[in-house]
Design a protein around this ligand. Structure first.
Ligand SMILES: [Zn+2]
Length: 418
């Protein structure tokens, strides 16, 4: 259940007020190169525009680099600014294109300037902090010590309810994963699919996507349209936050296979466990159940019913582990994926059974035992994060410091969002 949190410091802000925040350098005034003024303006969803005024008392400014990082972790992307006239005083405007990348609003942005003059002096500024603001809508923000919620088109009671759901999930997931986040997650709620699609590089988004998490950006995006039932809020918000915590839990190049990652996020919705169990039991009874070795292929199937069943199956697999081996067993199983992505070897090492034996046990636990399951040895899934998904509008960004996120998505039911 979602409990109201008492005593939180709640701040309501019109986010518009954050646009175009200007900074004046102060820490680096001592040397021959000085930043006289600099600022950032968001032109969501097309660009983030940087303005710089700098001068050198020792020679002409000949080289300027801007290093930018979108999100809460990862490398800075360095851009050499070519379009300015060298001189002792330089004024430049640099438009960082965001149109061709999937970049949700309110992602934190860190950046710094490197300025070089003809006398060989270099100024490296401190890192400035801003965010990629959406000025096209009247966004509101509510936050407490755990999360910040951004929404528009609904009243304050709606925002308070989302904050309560998100905070409750935050505390539960923090305990579950045993990690403390070094940032405050930003939970964005879009009131229409069109608004949600605006910032996606591919344009129109898959109509079956209800929310997305973006690796490393510290943001979850959620679609709650007018008339959506409260149960949808309770499902969606924790689901995407589970992905966010999982991203911190699996640092570096480790990760769960997609089918287990989605199963875990679905399990962590908390509210739908019995509903998912019934769905899987029904599939087992009718022979429609998807074998475990196929789940990595079907988890993002174009057929939304197959995908939903895959999510549900994986969530019951997580639940079965928790019930059969206890919470410590589940924790140990999840921890094993920090070292290896091979499901069979992790099951052998932690649960004491191979994948085939496990699947037979799971089928029996569902109440529909079978004597055999498909035993094709699955190709080991060596997942390089971020793992690509069928919806990914751009290549994975694991090896280059680009702001392109790879979405992890949650489905909503075929039009009814049960
Ligand atoms: Zn998901």
């Amino acid at each position: 259940m979602i409990k109201a949190k008492a005593g939180f410091a709640i701040v309501l802000t019109m986010v518009l007020a954050l646009a175009g925040v200007g900074f004046t350098a102060s820490a680096q005034q001592a040397g021959p190169i000085q930043v006289l003024n600099q600022s950032v303006t968001s032109n969501y969803p097309n660009s983030l525009n940087f303005h710089l005024e700098a001068q050198s008392t020792a020679g002409d400014i000949t080289s300027i680099r801007l290093s930018v990082r979108f999100g809460v972790e990862g490398s800075f992307l360095s851009n050499r600014i070519e379009d300015f006239t060298p001189g002792q005083l330089v004024v430049l405007d640099y438009e960082h294109d965001t149109f061709d990348v999937t970049l949700p609003p309110f992602v934190p942005v860190d950046y710094r300037w490197q300025i070089v003059d003809s006398a060989g002096n270099t100024l490296e500024t401190d890192t400035y902090h801003t965010e990629y603001v959406d000025n096209t809508r009247a966004w509101n923000r509510l936050e407490n010590e755990y999360v910040a919620v951004y929404w528009y088109g609904y009243d304050l009671a709606f925002g308070s309810a989302i904050l309560s759901i998100a905070s409750d999930a935050y505390l539960r997931l923090e305990r579950f994963f045993g990690v403390s986040l070094e940032f405050k997650p930003r939970v964005l709620v879009f009131s229409s699919r069109d608004d949600f699609s605006v910032y996606h590089a591919g344009g129109e988004e898959d109509p079956n996507i209800g929310g997305q998490y973006y690796r490393g950006l510290g943001v979850t995006a959620n679609i709650i349209e007018p008339g959506d039932p409260r149960g949808w809020w309770d499902k969606l918000i924790p689901h995407e936050l589970s992905h966010l915590f999982s991203d911190s839990y699996y640092s570096g190049f480790s990760a769960l296979p997609s089918w287990l990652e989605e199963g875990l996020a679905t399990y962590n919705e908390l509210i739908n466990r019995d509903q998912n169990l019934y769905l899987v039991q029904h599939a087992a009874a009718t022979g429609e159940i998807i074998p475990m070795i196929d789940l990595e292929r079907t988890i993002y199937d174009d057929d939304v019913n197959i995908s939903i069943l895959s999510y549900a199956e994986s969530s019951t697999i997580i639940r079965f582990i928790a019930e059969r081996w206890g919470e410590p067993g589940l924790q140990a199983f999840l921890a094993a994926f920090r070292e290896s992505s091979d499901v069979d070897s992790n099951m052998r090492a932690v649960l004491g059974v191979d994948m085939t034996t496990f699947e037979l046990m799971w089928r029996a636990w569902l109440g529909y035992p079978v004597e055999s399951v498909p035993t094709l040895i699955p190709t080991p899934t060596f997942i390089i994060r971020p793992s690509p998904t069928p919806w990914s509008p751009a290549p994975g960004a694991a090896v280059t410091p680009t702001p392109i996120p790879t979405p992890t998505s949650s489905f909503m039911g075929g039009g009814s969002k049960q």
